[in-house]
Design a binder for this molecule. Sequence first.
Ligand SMILES: Cc1cc2nc3c(=O)[nH]c(=O)nc-3n(C[C@H](O)[C@H](O)[C@H](O)COP(=O)(O)OP(=O)(O)OC[C@H]3O[C@@H](n4cnc5c(N)ncnc54)[C@H](O)[C@@H]3O)c2cc1C
Length: 413
Amino acid sequence: MRRSLDIAVVGYGTAGQAAARLLQRQGHRLALFERAPQPRPVGAGLLLQPTGLAVLAELGLLGAAQRCGEPIAQLLGETTAGRKVIDMRYADLAADCAGLGIQRGALFELLREASVERQLRSGVAIADVDAQRGELRDEGGSRHGPYDLVLVCGGAASALRSAALTRRDRPYAWGALWCLCDDPQRRFAGQLLQRYQGPRRMAGLLPVGVLPGQGETARKIGFFWSLPTCEIAATRQRGAAAWRDEVARHWPEVRPVLDSIRDVGQLMPAHYRDAVLRRFCAGRVAWLGDAAHAMSPQLGQGANMALLDASALARALAVHDELAPALAAYDRERRRHVGIYQLISRWLTPLFQSEQDWAGRLRDACFGPLAQLPLLRDETLKVLAGVKCGLFGRLPLDDAAALRALSAQIESR
Ligand SMILES: Cc1cc2nc3c(=O)[nH]c(=O)nc-3n(C[C@H](O)[C@H](O)[C@H](O)COP(=O)(O)OP(=O)(O)OC[C@H]3O[C@@H](n4cnc5c(N)ncnc54)[C@H](O)[C@@H]3O)c2cc1C
């Protein structure tokens, strides 16, 4: 850009935080709007992929993330009868490849920056965006702007998607309850574990480490329990003890860590959507993160995509002189990557979360043998690591040195 821009960022989640940090660093002037009265993380824990870790490296936050998080070398999914359905290791893609389990709260704290937050207006929900003029109207009727550029980072349920650009926007019928459990003894280190019974029952467990500054004994695991969204309220109403018993019947080995869930308030509901935009920009507006491409969390990519969006947008603004070609470059780069993930997650989700029992049987019978075929194995590993791009392409990762440091850390544990 030939000049520094006035940029509004709507939503202070992963995409908004990362974009604000990168753009402030480039000298742009920011105004941030967050609906929540107090900015805070929502949810339990998540898996950062090599893609998201490369963006954290770009932000100078990789070391801090590694100190909080838990390196993940393998994804292992089995049925309750002991049949292996998924067994993938990052090292089979590249020796220097690994994931990092991290608490939502840790990622949120790492992405905070005091100088950015001085521009943050909390408790202000934006109701309307004028894409041509770059103006905002909040729910109280006040107008903000005009801005040179508006970044919509309002998450999966964002009401600020352009109707003209929206090809699809629907909620999934299945969601989850998720929580953070104590795991001071690190019983489940190094792996993302899943346990299935058909497509109707699925639980997942991810070591996610500590919050910044906490000691080893505060280590947590993120726990995920799949269920139809219409059952979420009733399940919570039955209370934490009933939930623990139900989960332990499905997966007895996790009973010891579930004991730290004493109150139903620790069980957070998760709803997800499938939203597809024809373009991620229009006029003076760009959509980032789930606001641009909400999908089911089956592939563990959403937060990583949000980080990649922020990085791609900042790069596009840095190399183009004018706004329109910069936004077009951002749109091209990100849609090329995101499209295949939206497609795969839409097809995959009913195999893991639905009432279609045949889909579960198909999954259990086919996934293991198919993953032995060399071409399919490589492609699924690329999907896992977040680097698949188009049908057979692969996203380049710049920060190989930083990723090697992460895999060395795994080996040393
Ligand atoms: C159960 C579950 C597990 C997941 N696991 C993983 C995983 O392992 N790995 C992974 O990468 N991803 C995972 N995800 C996906 C990931 O959580 C999302 O993709 C990511 O949080 C998207 O970030 P975002 O910044 O786009 O949106 P959010 O983090 O949702 O932030 C949006 C922000 O915008 C604010 N906002 C919304 N509307 C307005 C408005 N009108 N005005 C002002 N503010 C507004 C909200 O209050 C919020 O703070 C998971 C999701 C779920 C539900």
